[in-house]
Design a protein around this ligand. Structure first.
Ligand SMILES: [Zn+2]
Length: 337
């Protein structure tokens, strides 16, 4: 069963962790780049701790009652603390979109403390995954801190983050930090090829080296829109911003901003160091465009993209934002008047 295993590039850390299982701390802070499998690692640790008959290879057996409960998200001694999901009432149109609140709040931590006090159904371990750990708001972090300072017996906290420096220092200091590395390029490419992706090198560039993200970027529905947008951006001043916005009105604004932002980075890098980073397949396009790009407008537009990106959780009119970004892009190639 896949869900009880970690990814192969985390094997050395996994082995190291279980060398002295009796000395496992009560709180582990798992950190590493986004899109590289930290969540899977945390689940595998939880499964192994809760499993009634761990296998000889060190993993959970995937067969016992405990493993089945965990698989079905119904384990009485397993708890997940992550931002609440709810309806986004600000969504446009008649289909409300699921929207995640960005934060873990104090009520969630209090509920967790009450629940863990009542649990121990199996008389064994309890495991709590906190993810993403940097999204505990101040009150929630303080409430969790109390629990971490006075750990109950046989309770393991697994905190997961891709932004270690945003986790509150007081929380960090109560945990054993465990760095989960990203795979090297050849290992990541091989892993993607095993999943049937032929253009794995280009996808990995696009994903900044994160294989799980690369896999998402290969999804046909995403790919079709992304390639269409990239080709449009490749036209530079000849791109029709409003037509592109019209065509991409179903594309999530976050994906659109992500692509435009990476494209702008590549333009900047091509200008400064003669080579892009995210879109090597478009190197010729970028080389041609960079000759007529206005550098100060490019830098302003990168700021705009960053601002839009940060606002991703706020209600905004996606179409207007898209148009602002694409019209800004077109203006990069216009002569100063
Ligand atoms: Zn098991």
């Amino acid at each position: 069963m896949d869900s009880v295993h970690n990814y192969v590039w985390h094997d050395p850390v996994w082995q190291q962790l279980w060398q002295q299982p009796e000395r496992l701390p009560h709180a582990l802070l798992l950190h590493g780049p986004a899109g590289t499998g930290k969540r899977r690692f945390a689940r595998a640790v939880a499964a192994r701790i809760l499993c009634q008959r761990p296998a000889a290879d060190g993993y959970a057996c995937g067969q016992c009652a405990s493993c089945h409960w965990l698989e079905q998200d119904a384990h009485p001694d397993f708890f997940l603390l992550s931002p609440d999901s709810g309806e986004d009432e600000s969504a446009e149109g008649d289909k409300p979109q699921k929207r995640k609140s960005a934060w873990i709040n104090v009520e969630q931590v209090r509920n967790l403390v009450e629940l863990t006090a009542l649990s121990k159904h199996q008389g064994g371990w309890r495991v709590v995954i906190v993810e993403p750990a940097e999204q505990l708001n101040l009150n929630a972090a303080n409430a969790l801190l109390k629990t971490l300072e006075e750990p109950s017996e046989r309770t393991l906290f697994l905190l997961v983050t891709a932004r270690l420096n945003r986790v509150m220092p007081t929380i960090r200091s109560r945990c054993l930090k465990l760095a989960l590395p990203a795979p090297g390029p050849s290992q990541a490419e091989a892993w993607l090829r095993e999943r049937g992706l032929g253009n794995s090198a280009a996808l990995l560039h696009e994903a900044g080296g994160a294989p799980l993200l690369a896999l998402e970027l290969a999804e046909p529905a995403y790919r079709e829109q992304a390639d269409w947008l990239l080709q449009a951006l490749g036209k530079g001043p000849a791109m029709d911003a409003l037509q592109v916005a019209e065509k991409l009105q179903d594309m999530p604004i976050a994906s659109c901003v992500d692509i435009v932002q990476k494209w702008l980075f590549d333009l900047l890098r091509t200008r400064l160091v003669k080579a892009g980073h995210f879109y090597p397949d478009y190197a010729n396009n970028l080389q041609a465009l960079v000759k007529s790009v206005n550098l100060s407008r490019l830098s302003t537009l990168l700021d705009t993209a960053q601002r839009i990106r940060r606002a991703a959780y706020h209600p905004l009119n996606a179409r207007l934002v898209q148009e602002e970004l694409l019209l800004g892009y077109q203006a990069l190639f216009q002569a100063d008047s």
